[in-house]
Ligand binder design. Structure first.
Ligand SMILES: [Zn+2]
Length: 190
C-alpha cells in the first residue's frame, strides 16, 4: 500500500469519528411537553404543567442545545439539578454505592420569563430529550468527586505513541542549546 492511499484512509476514519462526535451532542428531538399532569397543588412539589408553557419548554430545550460538547451539556444539567442529601442518617459502614442509591435529585427548568420552575424527572428528561441514566451518571459523579465528568471518548491518540520520539528530540534540542553559538557572536572580536 502506498503512503498516499494510507493517509486517505486515515482521514476518512477521522472524519467519520468527528461526525459521530458532533452528532452525539447535537439536537436529537423536539422537546416533549410534560404529560405527567402535575399541576403544583399543595401536595405536589412539581409544577410541570401549570407553570410551563410550550414557549418555556422550547426555550429551555434550545438553551441546552446551544451547548454542543459533552462537558458543556453536563455542566448545564448540573446547574439545573440540585442533589439533596437523604434524610436517613448514614452509618460509617455504608458503601459508596449505598450512598449513591439514596440521593434525591430536584430538577428545575428555567422558563423564558427567567424564573426556575420545579419539575419532575420525567418532565426534565423529556424537555431536554436526554436519557435518565445520562443525567444520573453526571450528577452522581458530581456528588462524589465534586467534578464534572471529563471526555473519555476519543482524545489524543498520537501523543503517547510519539513520547519516545519527543524525548529524543528534546534531548537533541537541549544539546544544541548548550553550545549557545548564536550568543557567542557578540562576544567575538571582529
Ligand atoms: Zn412532571
Amino acid at each position: 500500500m502506498s503512503n498516499k492511499t494510507r493517509s486517505k484512509t486515515v482521514n476518512r476514519s477521522e472524519n467519520k469519528r468527528a461526525k459521530a462526535k458532533a452528532l452525539r451532542y447535537s439536537p436529537k428531538a423536539l422537546p416533549d411537553f410534560p404529560k405527567c399532569g402535575l399541576q403544583g397543588r399543595p401536595y405536589q412539589p412539581y409544577q410541570c404543567e401549570s407553570h410551563l408553557t410550550m414557549r418555556d419548554i422550547k426555550y429551555f430545550h434550545k438553551t441546552f442545545d446551544t451547548n454542543t460538547t459533552k462537558i458543556a451539556q453536563d455542566s448545564f444539567q448540573v446547574s439545573y439539578c440540585k442533589i439533596e442529601n437523604p434524610k436517613r442518617k448514614h452509618t460509617p459502614t455504608d458503601s459508596v454505592n449505598n450512598k449513591l442509591k439514596s440521593i434525591t435529585i430536584k430538577y428545575t427548568v428555567k422558563g423564558s420569563h427567567g424564573g426556575l420552575v420545579p419539575v419532575c424527572r420525567e418532565a426534565f428528561l423529556g424537555i431536554l430529550s436526554i436519557e435518565k441514566y445520562r443525567v444520573l451518571r453526571v450528577l452522581k459523579k458530581f456528588k462524589v468527586t465534586g467534578q464534572l465528568p471529563h471526555e473519555t471518548r476519543g482524545g489524543n491518540r498520537i501523543t503517547n505513541k510519539n513520547d519516545a520520539k519527543n524525548g529524543k528530540m528534546k534531548t537533541f534540542i537541549e544539546s544544541l542549546r548548550c553550545t549557545e553559538s548564536h550568543y557567542c557572536r557578540s562576544k567575538s572580536t571582529e
